[in-house]
Design a protein around this ligand. Sequence first.
Ligand code: NAD
Length: 349
Amino acid sequence: MPPAPSQLAYIPFVSVENMMRLVHSFGIEKLLLELTDAVEADYRRWDLFEKTPRLASHSQEGVIELMPTSDGEAFSFKYVNGHPSNTAKGYQTVTAFGLLARVDTGYPLMLSEMTLLTALRTAATSAMAARYLAPKDSKVMAMIGNGAQAEFQALGMKAVIGIEEVRLYDVDPKATEKAAKNLRDSGLRVVACSTSQEAIQGAHIITTCTADKAYATILTDNMVGPGVHINAIGGDCPGKTELHKDILSRADTFVEFEPQTRIEGEIQQMDADYPVTEFWRVLSGDAEGRNDARQITLFDSVGFAIEDFSALRYIHAKLKGTDFFQQIDILADPDDPRDLYGMLQRAAA
Ligand code: NAD
């Protein structure tokens, strides 16, 4: 016989299926816009958060990471992997799930899938940075790497920045074909390109989102003209970068959390004194974002725990009054808190 409901502490669980229902019910562009505001609001509270580089377990094939943070009231962590060779086996490069909890009792508040949510929050974070770093009136975006994240990135830039054209390139033409098809009715002008040089033509924003466990050179220095914003999100692990280091020498580089990005970002190629600006300082007014039309700005993004915290809290708030979740009894919570064994015994009776 199952234990009486009073002996269980139910919490909402957002499955992949329910996350998809939630996204469709709100509309993906509206959700990306709201999520961008939610991430930005938390970046403006930067000092309140506990911050640590993520805990990474590396293997030859990839990495498994835990990403925790807390603002003193709520705590969250995400489990996420990054395995570039996975797609060849029919698995995804990145999958994730995460938990939001109360700090005062330590009790969990929500468990959620985060593979879709990571794609959404990464698009929202890219758009947040572009708001302050991209050229004014950016209309054209190059999207290099047309895998799982690509369409989310394009739609985030459309919803938040007002991008009208996306120029797609991937070493695998099938990936470009897939992204072009998925974005067909998005309202974006979609141009499938056969080289990265072609993709960046006329682009105000260049997003690199490729997956290869290597010091890759997706962009060389001569490809990057003055005035562009580079949103480099694919290089996010030691030994995994996308840009030639000469680009970094010419760019003003913005990062999420410097101690983590020094290990994982494009700047792992540079000396330890290479200057970077943590992005929150632009929001607080301590540092300038784009200050010149000819400036090359680089958002060297690796993904930071606060973005997952914002995304989990945003989804948690959205659940109220909906059925986009199941209740799960993940926590044993006996009526007499010290009688855990008694609860087990009564369940056998
Ligand atoms: P994915 O495997 O689905 O797609 C990657 C694509 O890159 C593939 O289509 C592949 O063909 C293409 N590619 C590989 N080498 C290329 C090259 N030299 N030129 C052009 N295209 C190339 O992976 P995904 O889920 O889209 O993630 C992409 C990368 O972004 C991963 O490295 C992942 O770790 C990273 N990522 C970062 C963040 C962040 O917050 N910064 C968040 C999510 C994912």
